[in-house]
Design a protein around this ligand. Structure first.
Ligand SMILES: [Fe+2]
Length: 407
């Protein structure tokens, strides 16, 4: 018999048939399972899931004596657990402050490497016509969100780095991280942040349904091939709709190529006809696509990209774009910049107090046109007399070691 009980009445040995509330809050991959781990009860309570359905044939039934007194115990345990969690969070925050950019870049790289099989499998299943369960991406989206909260500059700069071989899965992860980061910048609520992340991760799933010879073509697409590829938003949206994805996630897949001026596709929507999520996705998708290396083009420099995108009249929602710039910075990590002292440097950390005063690694003299001793300079320090003169186009220089300087 299935019975609905308060989550505070959960005991080990019970069989959970279904969790109450929105699936976005669920910390679990599994829909139904036997409760054997006390941490699972803690996770359910911490996720704010107030009630659950238990199957009393598959697991322990609720005892009459359980219903009141142990709940009080549970509350007492819960409150001591909450205290532990609070302490842990404080310690986590302390370690966030103490952890270096270098460590966080390593951490973000590991996260993306570990996620690779899952994202590739998702694309493969879609191509084979298998059902995609959008709920299974939630643990990954949660991890990306935690990394964004820990150090968004680290994860966003690692997400940008990709070769054309790993473009498909890295682009999905990058847009997921950018969407989460932008949603946090816009102070969206937790559920919307997760929806933005899932939508970012799955926005291009329709590409898996496009003909392989067009999808994998090494060069630029012909007009006819481009017209075929323009079908990926509708194909992805249909697949996601049939898979039971949230309407917001379907909307992102369908409308991430629309433009504010109505010249986008597939529906030529204008301005606010395009949902907030899709207007966000349009910015995140383009930024990641142009700052990535493709088979037919070099990656654009991130600082130069921000300046270029700002000039594209009618493409993006201006207000959202401003929030996006605040989030990635005018000089994102990895940007090549020219200093007022006629030296070239690479941005290695965002400025804590100002977007135009990041921490940089100086490595080249424009006067002598030769490398100089590498030096870390924090442009935000009051004692620092140097400032950024402007972005420098790396394509002009062909430096081989730029990525090593900030990684
Ligand atoms: Fe797309």
């Amino acid at each position: 018999m299935t019975r609905r009980i308060a989550s505070t009445e959960l005991r080990l040995g019970m069989y959970i048939q279904k969790l109450g509330g929105s699936w976005m809050k669920h910390p679990f991959l599994r829909g139904s399972f036997l409760l054997t781990n006390p941490d699972d009860i803690k996770s359910i309570l911490e996720a704010g899931i107030e009630d659950v359905w238990i199957d009393e044939e598959k697991g322990q039934a609720i005892q009459e004596s359980d219903s009141i007194t142990p709940s009080i115990h549970a509350t007492a345990e819960e409150s001591s657990d909450t205290q532990n969690v609070t302490q842990q969070t404080a310690e986590d925050k302390k370690s966030v402050v103490q952890s270096s950019m270098e460590d966080d870049i390593k951490r973000a790289r590991k996260l993306f490497n570990d996620a690779k099989p899952q994202v590739l499998a998702m694309y493969k299943d879609a191509r084979l016509g298998k059902a995609i369960d959008p709920h299974t991406t939630l643990p990954l989206v949660n991890e990306i969100d935690l990394m964004v909260q820990r150090n968004s500059a680290a994860i966003l700069s690692v997400a940008r780095l990709k070769t054309h071989d790993d473009y498909t899965y890295m682009h999905s992860l990058a847009v997921c991280a950018l969407m989460i980061s932008l949603a946090r910048q816009l102070n969206m609520d937790e559920e919307q942040i997760k929806l933005a992340g899932v939508g970012g991760l799955m926005h291009d799933l329709g590409k898996s349904l496009m003909p392989l010879e067009v999808l994998n073509k090494p060069g630029k697409l012909s007009d006819a091939e481009y017209d075929i590829m323009k079908k990926h938003p509708a194909a992805g949206a249909k697949l996601l709709e049939n898979s039971g994805a949230a309407p917001e996630v379907v909307d992102i897949a369908l409308h991430h190529h629309e433009k504010i001026n109505g010249l986008g596709y597939p529906n030529r929507l204008q301005g606010n006809e395009i949902s907030l999520f899709s207007r966000m996705a349009a910015i995140c998708d383009v930024y990641d696509a142009v700052t990535s290396e493709r088979a037919y083009k070099q990656a654009w420099d991130p600082a130069g990209t921000i300046r270029e995108m700002a000039k594209w009249e009618g493409h993006f929602d201006k207000q959202l774009f401003n929030a996006f710039v605040k989030m990635v910075g005018i000089y994102p990590v990895g940007s090549l910049v020219r200093l007022t002292t006629q030296r070239l440097a690479v941005v290695i950390e965002p400025g804590l107090t100002s977007l135009v005063k990041p921490k940089v690694k100086v490595f080249f003299s424009l006067r002598s046109k030769a490398p100089i001793q590498i030096q870390v300079v924090d442009l935000a320090l009051p004692s620092c007399k140097e400032t950024i003169d402007g972005p420098e186009d790396p394509a002009k220089w062909n430096f081989k070691q730029l990525e090593q300087l900030w990684q």
